[in-house]
Design a protein around this ligand. Structure first.
Ligand code: PLP
Length: 425
């Protein structure tokens, strides 16, 4: 359906553009310097975890069961940290490795392991000719960078309202042995905020890949990140695998980057018995054992899943009003215009916004001129190539509520102006 600018007669449209240009000039004169670009917690949120910095001191016993914290050992992670990670992911602690402070780093390590040494005894990817990776889009730009960096061909898959287009996923995974992996953010996806339906999870679990070295990279980064009354329910992929009689298919990742401190949280990976054995062997080449003070501090601070949930409720009290403000400003500013749609997540860090075809780059550029930084247009697609040039990722958590409100007011004007100009072209 035509939007309001497309429905206007040319004089009316010219007048609307003139008025919007005046509003944009007024905003520019304010010399704003605002940032809605990256999904980072606000300083208020990271402050919530500051007490964690006090749980370790020179008299803290540096043991964890039989594990020693202040020396090499337990490369799979401290037993208590594995238990905590296993509760967060809903898996058996035996199948978890806690390692380092970045889950993206673990994903990178495992793609690289497949590339240089091969998965499950198969030839390394680099010896297999062209290798492909499925990339539900819009998706997380840093996922796409990991595979692109190794020369793996990223293949975009449409993201639907309940998850990736599973007919296409199934066709490619089951029909093409050069497909070795897929990036998934199954709960509060980056950037659409949707949670995969039970049917989508079951279809993933039932896949019969053409390639024996195909794995699903199940990045459950936002599994405890609800910010409203309602928390979406994600079917446990390992339960679904068991139900399907399938195994050795999924690597699941998580971290406390957005629970405690980004870059200084703990990261973990879970997989089947055979896969986690292989992962532990691969990691053993990289390091003797990983950093454990942070693991101990996390356990002493968060304790268990209930502790994590209680802590996340404090985040929700800060984050929830920001997302409510996005919804309100977009509805008030654009709701009646027909120029845009956007997502309405119950958790996570992003709202995915779609303007008219051909508008995203122009809107992001105009926003920069008006003093508001956004994620580059196209970043949510493999190779930065959004076929419609319509998608913009809104990251509302970092700015203060006041700054966010101002940034959204600018955004509404920018989207209207770009849409009106497009209607004139
Ligand atoms: N996975 C997703 C989906 C993310 O959105 C992010 C950060 O934005 C990360 C992983 C990064 O996590 P980490 O800091 O544990 O590497």
């Amino acid at each position: 359906m035509a939007n309001i600018y497309q429905q206007m007669e040319s004089e009316e449209l010219d007048a609307a553009i003139e008025e919007l240009e005046r509003e944009a000039a007024d905003l520019k004169a304010q010399n704003l310097a605002l940032d809605m670009a990256r999904g980072k917690p606000s300083p208020e949120q990271t402050a919530l975890a500051r007490p964690m910095l006090d749980v370790l001191n020179s008299s803290t016993p540096l043991v964890d069961g039989n594990a020693i914290v202040d020396n090499y050992g337990t490369p799979e992670g401290l037993p208590s940290a594995r238990r905590l990670a296993s509760e967060i992911l809903g898996v058996d602690a035996e199948n978890v490795v806690v390692n380092g402070s970045s889950s993206l780093n673990l994903m990178h390590d495992l793609v690289t392991h497949g590339f240089t040494n091969g998965v499950a005894g198969n030839k390394p990817f680099y010896q297999q000719g062209e290798v492909k990776w499925l990339c539900p889009a819009p998706g997380y730009d840093r996922h796409f960078s990991v595979t692109a960096h190794l020369g793996i061909k990223n293949v975009p898959i449409p993201m639907l309202e309940d998850g990736p287009d599973m007919d296409m996923v199934q066709r490619l995974v089951e029909g093409d042995p050069s497909v070795k992996g897929i990036w998934c953010v199954p709960k509060y996806a980056n950037p659409t905020g949707i949670t995969y339906s039970d049917e989508v999870v079951r279809r993933f679990a039932q896949l019969q890949p053409a390639a024996p070295d195909f794995r699903i990279y199940w990045d459950n980064a936002y599994c405890v990140h609800a910010f409203g009354e309602k928390d979406d329910n994600l079917l446990n992929i390992f339960d679904a695998l068991e139900e399907a009689g399938n195994t050795d298919l999924v690597y699941e990742f998580g971290s406390t980057a957005k629970v405690t401190f980004p870059s200084s949280g703990i990261a973990f990976v879970a997989a089947s018995k055979a896969d986690i054995t292989e992962i532990r062997k691969a990691f053993a080449v990289e390091r003797v054992s990983s950093e454990k003070f942070s693991q101990l501090a996390h356990v002493l601070f968060l304790k268990d899943l209930d502790g994590v949930k209680a802590h996340m409720r404090k985040h929700a009290a800060i984050v929830g009003p920001r997302f409510a403000l996005v919804e309100q400003k977009l509805t008030d500013g654009l709701g009646q215009t027909g120029v845009a749609t956007w997502t309405h997540p119950h958790g996570g860090y992003f709202v995915s916004f779609d303007g008219p075809k051909g508008s995203a780059r122009k809107t992001v550029a105009l926003m920069a001129e008006l003093g508001v930084k956004l994620t580059p247009a196209g970043a949510t697609w493999p190779y930065g190539d959004d076929p419609n040039d319509s998608n913009i990722r809104i990251a509302p958590t970092y700015p203060s509520l006041e700054d966010l409100g101002k940034a959204l007011d600018v955004f509404v004007v920018a989207v209207k102006l770009v849409s009106a100009r497009l209607a004139r072209e």
